[in-house]
Design a protein around this ligand. Sequence first.
Ligand code: ZN
Length: 200
Amino acid sequence: MLRDSTVVAKIPSELGRRAGKVAPSSLDGVEGVTGDEAASPGPEAARPVLSESQAMEIALAEAALAPAHGDVPVGAVVLDAGGRVLARRHNERELAGDPTAHAELLALRDASAGFVGWRLLGARVVSTLEPCPMCAGALVAARVARVVYAARDPKAGACGSLMNLCSDPRLNHSVEVVSGVMGEEASAQLRAFFAERRSR
Ligand code: ZN
């Protein structure tokens, strides 16, 4: 079940207002969106069409929720092909006591549950941190079209840093990778978390 109202309600008000007022004619640059589609009635019309930068703002807001339960601040948003939010989650590894509870994986699970099954064709994942090997593998498995991340992870990044699972020709699907979107903000968030933890 897609939680439209929850998704919309959680979007920062300024962002929601701005995105909600986007006119069909200004969506030309948004991949996969046509004026007709954006103007069509139904549940989709209730969800704003977001740019990847706007989705990253939401991912950063998600990430900011993680330290409250001792988790490293990482957030992820899944957008459908039209740029509408399917899921938004943050890292819950400590909270859940689950080594697989990374933001990207949780968001992919939510998106699949409310989408059309496990194939997230045309979907984009926007993450505050470069996905690890597990999450990059999940992006490939889910047939995601594109991943956009903010901060590089030189120790565990599997979308270009240590390896690039998203564009390995031996795998049956490749995921386009875009890095560095709001990278400074995400890095600052991570630095602040680790500095605070060290100071205890
Ligand atoms: Zn991961």
